[in-house]
Design a protein around this ligand. Sequence first.
Ligand SMILES: NC(=O)C1=CN([C@@H]2O[C@H](COP(=O)(O)OP(=O)(O)OC[C@H]3O[C@@H](n4cnc5c(N)ncnc54)[C@H](O)[C@@H]3O)[C@@H](O)[C@H]2O)C=CC1
Ligand SMILES: O=C(O)/C=C/C=C(\O)C(=O)O
Length: 495
Amino acid sequence: MTTATKCSSDSVLTDGDVRNYINGNFVSTADTIDDFGPATGTVIARIPRSQQADVDNAVAAAKSAYPEWKATPVAVRAEYLHKICAAIQKEAAHLAELETLDCGKPISLTSQVEIPRAALNFKFFAEFATGDETQSHEMADAVNITQRAPVGVAALITPWNLPLYLLTWKVAPALLCGNTIVAKPSELTPLTANALAQIIHSVGLPAGVFNLVHGYGAECGGPLVGHEDVSLVSFTGGTATGKLVAATAAPQFKKLSLELGGKNAAIIFKDCENDDWDNMIATTVRSSFLNSGQVCLCCSRILVEESVYDRFVTDFVKGVEALRIGRPLDKDTTTGALSSRAHVEKVRSYIQLAKEEGGVILTGGVIPDLKEEFAEGFWLKPTVIAGLDPRTSRVATEEIFGPVVTIHTFKDAADAVDIHNSVKYGLAGTLWTSNLKQAHAVSRQMHTGMVWVNTWLHRDLRVPFGGVMASGVGREGGKHSLEFFSELKNICFKY
Ligand SMILES: NC(=O)C1=CN([C@@H]2O[C@H](COP(=O)(O)OP(=O)(O)OC[C@H]3O[C@@H](n4cnc5c(N)ncnc54)[C@H](O)[C@@H]3O)[C@@H](O)[C@H]2O)C=CC1
Ligand SMILES: O=C(O)/C=C/C=C(\O)C(=O)O
């Protein structure tokens, strides 16, 4: 089956053909899974439905390639990362179209943010590899050399919301540190992972170093996590799945990183009314509805100081209603479709629940009226809900992971912190204030892995990325990724 996008004549991509990539070969499976384009709701590709035997083959290939890759100097590994980065950049326009087709998200997002970041993930880690991590500790009669050694075969399991962005965020440091890989992308968005395998093949990475298996979570992801020859699992996805992954991996003592969901809040103090109001409104619209709210960092709760609540609601709803929902390939579209029909139904069930909980829909809450072409697609309007109890409402405290935000008031900083910390998640929070002391005090009390002050999703790839409580375990990013994808090893030399 051929997808609707076109590659240039010298492209290494053949996107009509989605296969597993095992030991340097592209292989099919007997059974397949339909891959739907969310904008139209039609089948755009058929992908492998891998089972235990396919996972076994991929892990065996990764295990067999490991000794040689482990012994490959880090500078040579970094050179491969540079080549993969260059190939992604060369194919960027096509990759952006593929991602848009597979996810239903706007081309502005894939072409300006996601695909450039996928390339940057490789460049960043290639340049991060200095070898400076080696330390020595001298004794009177010996010297200790502490080095970083790779961990082994890494299972990398990624979700559907930022497919290539999040896959490359794991692949680049895992390769750099000398691990071999079996990757399992989401069955909902397999196309750019398939393209990445074709790119990796084209740059001549040794066979077996990178392997890719497509399939359902239970049939393919589960056997991969549980495989006895897998030493490390890096998972990004929902909290419920993260629990299953942890329950399998922990008793086998695998290294484990879990980047899970969130119920992030944006806290808006009245003092940002003075100088930063318009920027705050525009950024809060973005932090609520970027990728239709399907980013783990999106702020799905907005807490507003009482005295500026009315002004906030008026300006925020105006900003939300100005979003352009429609054809994802149009350059000025800001808001596309959701990932799947099941996800639309999940999000709609929360909107219904909000009504039952006494909430008021300020805007959205319905399927948009789009052209005939999109009648069967997976669409929902950006939705703003007020009037819910921020501590007890299910809609205001459970992860929805879609285009729905709830707005609440708070009295003072202590009240804001109390509401903020009343959910079981703790990924990333945002606060808006011109009072430096307040920013300092509140950010320290917010129980999250990350806080942004007067900004949002302002990324520096060196900083630790990850959450607390139900938002996950472990940190990735910069040296934290290198620490996760390697083990410290001490060698003591007696004089
Ligand atoms: N980045 C994030 O924070 C994400 C959060 N979510 C949240 O999770 C909810 C459910 O979404 P799903 O599509 O079910 O995501 P999921 O968490 O089940 O899927 C993520 C990845 O895990 C794999 N997987 C599923 N079951 C597995 C298992 N037993 N063992 C190993 N791998 C497994 C999937 O195939 C996919 O590759 C969403 O509605 C959203 O609330 C979903 C995706 C991303
Ligand atoms: O690294 C980033 O900039 C963003 C990461 C986003 C996720 O991990 C997510 O949405 O799951």
